[in-house]
Ligand binder design. Structure first.
Ligand code: GLU
Length: 303
């Protein structure tokens, strides 16, 4: 018997949720219902300086208003740093990470002098400043308590990937809007020596999301198309960490009249404001182009 599907909505509480989040949460929730699966909410709050408790409370209020129900307890990433450290220790042991003490300005100065290709997010690839630091220098800097990030040694990670799968590319099943899954092939090298453990917290988005999807048994990752390219890095980490491979569905993004993606940082109308002005959740579903069946079912049978 195949295991019961597990889906999740994984917001970061660094601002109020907007319509784009409502679309994402509802797409995941509806798919969980259609598949007879479980639905989880995960609070992605590793960025302890930007995340705020009031936003966490707001997320639960917004989701309840949307008619979304989820399993308790909710995993909060800030409570699981030791789990991410265990994963990064393992990657270190495999020789796939190295410390990088370089500051942001040292890195940007280096890429201004000798430009590197851009990663899929448009950031210049890490120019390798601290890739070959002698052991003694690493020891001296560590003894001085200099802050450092841990970066993926991409070449070695690709060697490890090839050793396990026979290829330096990753593949995954992407569920299209038509509900058909297609196998996609991607090149994780596009990300270069990505940061796996940040300087300020013992994790990074890429590490925490991969570890958590794995240990929570998430079978279907539903999230916006803005994270499509990051999936190559997540698949690479899954393979080298021995984590299972989920199916992915990267859904459409909502844009404003100017074609910009909605973003909390740009002050797009928050769900709280919509809620407070009396918009009802079923109308919101229709506005988002979603069927109202799942909402009606959850309104009639609150679980
Ligand atoms: N926490 C991420 C965000 O709020 C989403 C992570 C994911 O779905 O993989 O953008």
């Amino acid at each position: 018997m195949s295991p019961r599907p597990v889906l999740r909505f994984a917001p970061s509480p660094n601002g109020e949720l907007h319509l784009g989040h409502a679309l994402s949460a509802l797409i995941g929730f509806d798919m969980a219902r259609r598949l007879g699966g479980r639905f989880l909410v995960r609070i992605e709050d590793i960025d302890t300086t930007r995340c705020r408790e009031e936003y966490v409370t707001g997320i639960f209020e917004d989701l309840t208003w949307l008619g979304v129900t989820w399993e308790e307890p909710v995993l909060r990433q800030s409570e699981h740093f030791t789990t991410y450290s265990a994963a990064s220790d393992w990657l270190l042991k495999l020789g796939l990470l190295y410390p990088c003490f370089a500051t942001r300005s040292e890195i940007s100065e280096a890429t201004e002098t000798a430009p590197t290709a851009l990663d899929p997010d448009g950031t210049p690839l890490y120019p390798g400043l601290h890739k070959q630091l002698p052991k003694e220098e690493i020891a001296t800097r560590l003894a001085r308590n200099e802050p450092f990030a841990l970066r993926l040694h991409m070449d070695r990670a690709l060697d490890a990937l090839e050793g396990i799968t026979g290829s330096r590319l990753v593949t995954f099943a992407e569920l299209g809007e038509d509900g058909i899954a297609r196998r996609v092939e991607m090149n994780p090298a596009d990300w270069g020596d990505a940061v796996i453990v940040r300087k300020d917290v013992p994790a990074s988005y890429h590490l925490a999301v991969t570890v958590d999807d794995g240990r929570q048994g998430v079978t279907h990752v539903t999230r916006g198309r803005d994270l499509y390219a990051a999936t190559s890095l997540h698949r690479l980490l899954q393979v080298v960490l021995g984590l299972p491979e989920p199916v992915y569905h990267h859904h459409r993004l909502l844009t404003d009249e100017a074609g910009r993606k909605l973003a909390k940082s740009e002050g797009d109308t928050s769900l709280r404001e919509l809620r407070e002005t009396g918009v009802d959740a079923l109308r919101l579903r229709r506005r988002l182009g979603l069927s109202s069946d799942a909402a009606e079912a959850s309104v009639q049978n609150p679980s």
